[in-house]
Design a protein around this ligand. Structure first.
Ligand code: NAD
Length: 321
């Protein structure tokens, strides 16, 4: 079996690789060729940790496996990342383990790929201002990936903890994009594309603040109880997602569904747009919204790419079990 370390993943998997792998698996999911198994996530009663598995099988890409990991809040004090994960890939023909792949960098790059795929397929072509809500670990990856999808001329940003914004501003600077910290209402008034990537449990953006034609990638809400948007914004928008089952239970749509503002039938898998089964945006004034919940198949897709690229470049270690 191959062993691909975190460092090697960073060396061999670029944003374009992640975009291609995740776009292909979203397309396969919408065709019924790839499916996620039920997610397991448990408080283990030790070190305040949450631990679990995300798994699935992509028949089209022949990726079978799982991502195992979770959240250890005490890690930062030990100098390591609170979120920890590892991907295990198996040979779908024999069940033998194929690769063990570090999952931390891959989680960030596959999540950024998801929102950038939504921008590529749903945002107006003439989008000029990118709005960032959130400035944590994921936000820098999100900004870099989004910046490649449209000819943005400016980034406006808001974060609850304002002291985190300069770090995101430095990323914008590297990309040659002017960066301005603004209040949320102004962000809504200016931005053509908005990414939300926070741990919020209450609406951060109200429906009245968002201008017609905006595309929103809502990426932070991945657990029951988390929330970033006014449910009325979901009602006003055309809603797309990675997986409907997750969108309505742990994604942003959970709140609009609970309030009776939208139903499951109002949500379209983004794979349908990728496959040409749904037109996506149909007018310049339409608000489009991608509810990115994060599925195990995304992890398997980028881990498969990592294993392939690491093997090709001679950077994977190999052992027999
Ligand atoms: P982080 O801890 O590095 O950053 C957290 C961010 O949320 C910061 O910007 C912080 O200021 C902000 N924040 C914290 N509490 C808040 C509150 N009550 N109101 C508003 N903002 C608040 O975390 P991260 O790794 O950047 O992850 C951000 C979010 O994205 C998390 O909720 C995480 O679970 C989620 N996530 C989603 C996916 C997915 O596939 N959709 C993948 C990875 C992470």
């Amino acid at each position: 079996m191959l062993i691909v370390s975190e460092e090697v993943c960073q060396e061999v998997v670029g944003r374009a690789d992640a975009f291609g792998a995740v776009e292909a698996v979203f397309a396969a999911m919408a065709k019924g060729d790839a499916y996620n198994f039920p997610v397991i996530r448990e408080a283990i009663g030790h070190a305040d940790a949450l631990y679990g598995f995300k798994s699935g099988f992509d028949k089209a890409g022949l990726a079978l496996g799982l991502k195992s990991g979770g959240y250890w809040p005490g890690n930062a004090a030990k100098g390591i990342t609170n979120h920890q994960s590892t991907v295990f890939l198996f040979d779908p023909d024999t069940g033998k383990i194929g690769a063990l792949v570090g999952g931390n960098y891959l989680t960030a790059i596959r999540t950024a790929a998801a929102s950038s795929i939504s921008i590529a397929h749903l945002a107006r072509k003439d989008a000029k201002v990118l709005g960032m809500v959130g400035a944590g670990h994921q936000a820098a990856f999100q900004l870099r990936a989004a910046a490649e999808q449209r000819d943005f001329e400016k980034v406006v940003a808001w974060n609850l903890h304002a002291d985190m914004l300069p770090k995101l501003g430095a990323v914008a600077d590297e990309l040659g994009l002017p960066f301005e910290a603004v209040e949320r209402e102004q962000l809504g008034a200016e931005a053509d594309v908005i990414i939300t990537i926070t741990s919020a449990h209450e609406p951060l953006l109200m429906a009245d603040w968002i201008k017609p034609g905006t595309h929103i990638a809502c990426m932070g809400t991945d657990t029951a109880g988390k929330q970033e948007l006014d449910p009325a914004l979901m009602k006003a928008a055309t809603v797309f997602t990675d997986e409907i089952a997750q969108s309505i239970s742990i994604g942003e749509a959970q709140h609009a569904i609970a309030a009776g503002l939208i139903s499951e039938a109002d949500i379209t898998p983004i794979g349908d747009v990728i496959n040409g089964e749904h037109p996506g945006r149909t007018s310049d004034g339409e608000i489009t919204l991608f509810d990115g919940t994060g599925v195990g198949l995304q992890d398997l897709a980028v881990a498969s790419a990592a294993a392939r690229l690491a093997e090709q470049s001679g950077k994977a270690a190999s052992i027999s079990l």
